[in-house]
Design a protein around this ligand. Sequence first.
Ligand SMILES: [Zn+2]
Length: 282
Amino acid sequence: MQKRLLAVLAHPDDESFGLGGTLAKYAAAGVDVHIAIATDGVAGSVAEGYEYTKEDLINVRTKEVEAAVAVLGGTLHMLGYRDSGYINDPANNHPEAFINSDEHEAVGRVVALIRSIQPQVVLTHDETGGYYHPDHIHCWKITTAAYYAAGDMQQYPQIGPAPYQPQRLYNSAFPNTSVKIFTLFMRLTGKDPTKIGRNKDIDLTRLGIPRKKLNARIDYREFWDVKRAASAEHPSQGGRGGPRFGMPEWLQRRFMAKEFYICTDPPMQDGKYVKDLFDGVK
Ligand SMILES: [Zn+2]
C-alpha cells in the first residue's frame, strides 16, 4: 500500500516550526507527503533585519515555504488565502482574510485536495489552534469539515475525481507537561513566559493539552536536524532553530524531539497512544 499523508496548515512556516519532524520522518520513510498551506503569510510580523521584506512579504514567504518543503520532502499546495493576524490584529478585518472567507468554498478547496491525493491520514491544527491563532482555528474547522465531506457523494458532487474518505484525522497539539518545562526554563533565565512571541502577545502558561487527551507521539530525534534546516528556511520569521525558551539545544534534542497529536477520527479513548499515524490504517 502506498501510504499518503496530507497536512493542511494555516501559515507558511507551520509545516516546519509545528510538525516538521513528523513530515520529514514520513517523507524519508517513502510516504507520499502533501503539505497544503492556507494563507500567504502577509500579516506575519517579520524578524529583526527583515523589515525590508514587508513590501514583498507574500513573495518572500512563498519562496521560504517552497525551500522548507524541499528540505522536509513532500509536495506543496498553496490554497491562496490572505493571512489573518493574531487576536485583535487589524488584518482580521480585511474582507479577503482567511477567517472571513466563504466557508463552503474553502472547505471545497480541501475536499478537492483530499479527492485527488487520496491520503489515508489527514493532519491539521487542533481546535485551540495551539496558541489561539484565529487562522489556525479556522484551518482546523475547514479541514475537519472537508475530511468528512470528501467521502460524501452528496457534498461537492462537482468536485472529482470521486468521493474519497480518509481513515485518520489527527490534530497537532502539544502537551502541557512540555509547556511547564519551558515555563520553568524561561523563569530560570529571567524571561517572562506570559509574554512570548515577537509581539509579546502570547501567554505560554495558558497553552498545552493534558497528556491523557493526546493519542499519538512521533519521535523525530533522527530528523531533528532536518526540522531545524527546514525552519532555517524561514529567516523572515526568525526560523533559525537553536535554543528556545532559554533551554539549551542538546537538552531539547534529547528530550523534546517529539510531536504530539489528538486523533479525532476515529475517536480514541483517553490515554490510548500510538507511535505511528498509520497505525491501524488499511
Ligand atoms: Zn501559524
